[in-house]
Design a protein around this ligand. Structure first.
Ligand code: NAD
Length: 431
């Protein structure tokens, strides 16, 4: 099939590379010429394990190319996958301006019978608006629409897209289901056929549920800090219940990243717009927003105030194996500490491309991809992200005798007995 993927961000590039590896002829299209130039040269503009190899391989086979030219990309496309960003507005509502502008740009060139697949996370109702825009700017109305939300996780995106738990297809015509099932057949995954609205809602539901799970375990962890229980042990015991399970429990500083915060905000904003103000969704976001300041205050008391403290911030991206900084905890933590008078060194093995952002925003901190340099002489080492480099690091090597030093492990990843035996004061979450 001839496929065009509009938007070559995290989802778009991975989708384009994977669909071309299934023998389709794929064109990746973006309005950002710098990004497209990099992709043409086989350079992935962000860090995602395994993607560069796949990209170069498909480009060398001639089945994957990139362009900024809508006419060139759309004219022959049988399937057009829209994977542009859908960020939050200030009020928490999803911004659909990139989706709508893609509709307007593709409309003049769409071939008869083409299927437009919205892969971006969008609320129910978006397909209708999209269709109206295309109809307004196209010379014909012989095209189809579907919604195929994406569930990949950054850091494991290639693996996730190749081995999805399910492929959710939202459409209203059997012929569209058939064509999209054929496109996704090499994935060998269960296919869930739904209405477009249910498909879109299922994506928001999944992210809101996972954000709820994180918030729930954080609140239990807070209780454990008062009653002597250890949240790790509580999770272990609770997880044997088959209805609950051991997976996906992450007590810490709350959820971040490019999806959970914005998707929870959108669902909450939508619930308010239909008069459902007093529901869980409307409280989740507040709990999450309040968590980092609350913990920084608490940690400040533990270490005897931040003023004059040398603090190593370990992990700048929003999670391991990515350099994505969207809603990363470091973005909140670093300015807070600087404001309190701490000296801050930030470490991340892969996010140094993001450092210009930090240097511009917070020129008084320093940044490095050398972990030993970051922690040297530090009073406080604060683990924000569980990069393997950080959690496997031998902190005893940099312990300074007779100096009070703290390790704040916001991911509960280190063996606290080992850290204490090395002479540090250990602080976890819910322990
Ligand atoms: P991104 O911000 O990394 O990339 C979006 C790309 O779209 C950018 O390169 C931008 O230049 C391009 N773009 C914007 N407007 C355009 C237009 N009119 N024409 C062509 N290109 C345009 O976004 P992302 O993280 O890949 O997310 C894309 C969508 O997928 C979002 O709706 C997101 O919620 C959803 N999603 C993301 C993830 C994830 O982990 N990142 C996972 C599942 C779903």
């Amino acid at each position: 099939m001839n496929v065009c993927v509009i938007g070559t961000g995290f989802v778009g590039v991975v989708s384009a590379a994977v669909f071309s590896s299934f023998g389709n002829s794929v064109t990746g299209l973006d309005i950002d010429p710098a990004k497209i130039e990099k992709l043409k040269e086989g350079i992935v503009p962000f860090y995602e394990p395994g993607l560069k190899h796949l990209l170069i391989e498909q480009q060398s086979h001639g089945t994957l190319r990139f362009t900024t030219d809508y006419k060139d990309a759309i004219s022959n496309a049988e399937v057009i996958i829209v994977a542009v960003g859908t960020p939050s507005s200030k009020e928490g509502k999803v911004e659909l301006k990139y989706v709508h502008s893609a509709a307007q740009s593709l409309a003049p060139f769409i071939q008869k019978g083409a299927i437009i697949v919205i892969k971006s996370t969008v609320p129910p109702g978006t397909l209708d608006t999209f269709q109206k825009i295309v109809e307004q700017y196209s010379s014909h109305i012989d095209f189809h629409m579907a919604s195929v939300p994406e569930f990949l996780r950054e850091g494991t995106a290639v693996e996730d897209i190749l081995h999805p738990d399910r492929v959710v297809i939202g459409a209203s015509e059997e012929i569209i289901f058939d064509k999209l099932i054929t496109l996704h057949a090499p994935l060998n995954a269960p296919v869930v056929k739904l209405s477009p609205e249910s498909a879109q809602m299922s994506k928001y539901a999944a992210n809101a549920y996972l954000a709820t799970r994180i918030t729930f375990i954080n609140q239990l962890a807070d209780l454990c800090e008062h009653n002597g229980a250890d949240i790790k042990d509580v999770i272990h015991a609770m997880g044997f219940d088959k209805r609950i399970g051991h997976h996906y429990w992450y007590p810490g500083l709350g959820y971040g990243g490019s999806c959970f915060p914005k998707d929870v905000k959108e669902l909450a904003a939508y619930s308010r717009s239909v008069g459902l103000n007093d529901n869980l969704l409307n409280h989740l976001d507040r709990f999450n927003e309040e968590r980092i300041p609350k913990f920084l205050k608490k940690y400040g008391e533990t270490v005897g105030g931040w003023k004059g403290k040398k603090v190593a911030i370990l992990g700048l991206a929003f999670k391991p194996h990515t350099d994505d900084m969207r809603d990363a905890p470091s973005i909140k933590v670093i300015p807070w500490l600087l404001e309190q008078g701490a000296t801050v060194t930030g470490f991340d093995p892969k996010s140094l491309e993001a450092v210009p952002y930090f240097i511009k925003q917070h020129p008084h901190a320093t940044y490095t991809d050398d972990l030993s340099a970051a922690v040297k002489d530090a009073d406080v080492m604060m683990i924000l992200i569980e990069w393997p480099e950080i959690i496997k690091y031998d902190f005893s090597m940099v312990r300074i005798k007779n100096k009070k030093q703290w390790i704040i492990d916001t991911r509960n990843q280190l063996d606290q007995q080992v850290i204490i035996a090395a002479g540090y004061d250990y602080v976890g979450v819910g322990r």
